[in-house]
Design a protein around this ligand. Structure first.
Ligand SMILES: C[S@@+](CC[C@H](N)C(=O)[O-])C[C@H]1O[C@@H](n2cnc3c(N)ncnc32)[C@H](O)[C@@H]1O
Length: 493
């Protein structure tokens, strides 16, 4: 099996593409119902504050999706829902009412039931959440897994530290919860793979016992402790990632945490699924530990970051990955541009800008007042004082069938001047020969650093993008951090 990345809604992907009993281990880290928006943080490049763009929202409302989901659970769609899970959601509808929390739990129930279906009989499922809704999620998990011969194994706790907010009126929330369930009555547990070193105090205590209570030499006991390592507990302390490992992706999880889960519950060659893969922590660790893997995410920013992260880790890795859901022809590009799904707002624009710029552009979320700019990349140039500085390259995406030069090319040229940008690129869904012709009147941009000219405005259509057209400018600055290459496996603890 090739490793696979799916760009799309995981419910749809699970239902259409993932076969019954085909996955050894599934870990998910879905939105937690935190009622927040999460932003990608970019490297500091321009003169402005650190740029950030919303990647995904974690706000739930009782909308058409929730209503449809509730109806699917009640009618046991796909035959995946146990009587207990149907009754539970029915009961929670009464208790919670049709609001944000129920919408979240309906969404999770739909997906967890499919995950239970795709797990192999010896498979394990880890659900990462926090105390916001963990008490409800455990009910959902029990209702889906236990009636079908499954087992609740552990509630793991990941502890981290965090600064208290000014004037905070509660204890600092410093842990996440990870539920571990098995599909059947037997499951894999590679305990020796995840033993942690004993604390020095434990070793000292063991030495003391041997000396004072008899029975062998203290040295050999300590040596034994060193060799075996401590039986793993259901909690682990790992710092929140910042620093080297951090790719600026909100909610990115530490590789050490995933390493522990993957090693404990899978062997080399096993299939690992992450249905909410974010920036690909599970996938990167699975790749390194020689597991097969499947990742799913609904936002293109995540997908492009996963691809970049895997390639940074090993430049040949992309050859063995199947990527599904990304437009491959004009029809699928049109379908993405016309998706009537609020959760997918600006996905078409993001796909075009990130693909054309080879993931070197910052996505611009702002609507109106910014002259229709959807992304900004930066290139090094020399200013009038001969100092090296970063200049903007502006991207504007248009999905209209008919565009006239006045409110596209002229408008873009106006923003280029206003922003003192180097040049601009208009990305269109349909071929636009009239705009290509008009763009030629805007002349050239001269890059002083390498003493070369480039078109001031270029027009690129989807077909060209699909045929491999990519940004060809010198010294484009990286806006997303390069993932580390791992020569050796991570150390836990
Ligand atoms: C908390 S983040 C996961 C972070 C990840 N564990 C990491 O280390 O990078 C949740 C991810 O789920 C994705 N997501 C939300 N709803 C989804 C859905 N219905 N299908 C697929 N992905 C979804 C979001 O785009 C986001 O990237």
């Amino acid at each position: 099996m090739n490793n696979k990345i799916y760009y799309g809604d995981n419910l749809d992907v699970l239902r259409r593409f993932i076969k019954d009993e085909s996955v050894d281990l599934c870990y998910i880290d879905p939105p937690f119902n935190s009622k927040r928006n999460y932003n990608q943080i970019y490297n500091n490049i321009g003169k402005e504050d650190k740029a950030q763009t919303q990647v995904f929202t974690d706000t739930w409302t009782w909308d058409d999706y929730a209503m449809q989901g509730l109806a699917e659970i009640q009618s046991n769609y796909n035959g995946v829902f146990t009587t207990q899970s149907i009754d539970l959601i029915q009961g929670l509808t009464k208790v919670l009412g049709k609001g944000s929390l129920l919408a979240y739990l309906v969404s999770m129930t739909l997906r967890i039931a499919e995950i239970q279906r795709v797990l192999k009989p010896t498979g394990s499922f880890y659900l990462h959440c926090d105390p916001t809704a963990s008490h409800y999620l455990k009910l959902v998990l029990d209702a889906i897994f236990c009636p079908k011969n499954g087992n609740y194994i552990n509630e793991m706790v990941w502890i981290y530290s965090r600064m208290a907010a000014k004037g905070q009126k509660q204890l600092s929330r410093c842990h996440d919860v990870i539920f571990w369930y098995s599909k059947g009555k037997t499951w894999l547990f590679n305990v020796d793979e995840i033993r942690l070193p004993y604390a020095e105090t434990s070793k000292a205590r063991a030495g003391y016992k041997k000396t004072n209570l008899g029975g062998g030499s203290p040295k050999s006991e300590i040596c034994e402790l060193n060799n075996i390592g401590k039986f793993p507990e259901d909690w682990i302390q790992i710092p929140f990632i910042r620093g080297k490992e951090y790719l600026g992706y909100p909610t990115q999880k530490p590789e050490a945490l995933l390493e522990r889960i993957i090693k404990a519950s899978s062997n080399e060659g096993d299939v690992v699924l992450d249905a909410y893969c974010g920036c690909g922590t599970t996938l990167a660790v699975s790749e390194r530990l020689k597991r097969q893997w499947i990742g799913v995410d609904i936002t293109y920013q995540s997908i492009s970051l996963v691809l970049k992260r895997l390639e940074d880790q090993d430049k040949n890795v992309l050859e063995n990955i199947e990527i599904s859901g990304i437009p491959k022809d004009r029809e699928s590009a049109i379908a993405l541009a016309n998706k009537k799904d609020d959760r997918l707002r600006k996905e078409f624009e993001k796909w075009m800008v990130l693909t054309y710029s080879k993931n070197t552009a910052v996505i611009n979320e702002k609507k109106g007042g910014d002259g229709g700019i959807d992304g900004v990349a930066y290139i090094s140039d020399r200013n009038e004082k001969s100092e090296i500085e970063n200049k903007k390259v502006l991207f504007s995406v248009k999905s209209g069938k008919k565009l006239n030069p006045d409110n596209t090319i002229d408008a873009l040229s106006g923003v280029i001047t206003r922003e003192d940008a180097a040049c601009g690129i208009l990305l269109t869904l349909y071929p636009m020969p009239n705009l290509v012709k008009a763009s030629k009147h805007y002349g050239l941009y001269h890059n002083d650093l390498i003493n070369k000219d480039y078109p001031k405005i270029q027009v690129i259509c989807v077909e060209e993008l699909l045929n491999g057209a990519r940004l060809e400018l010198p010294n484009v600055v990286a806006v997303v951090k390069k993932a580390e290459q791992h020569q050796q496996q991570l150390k836990l603890g």
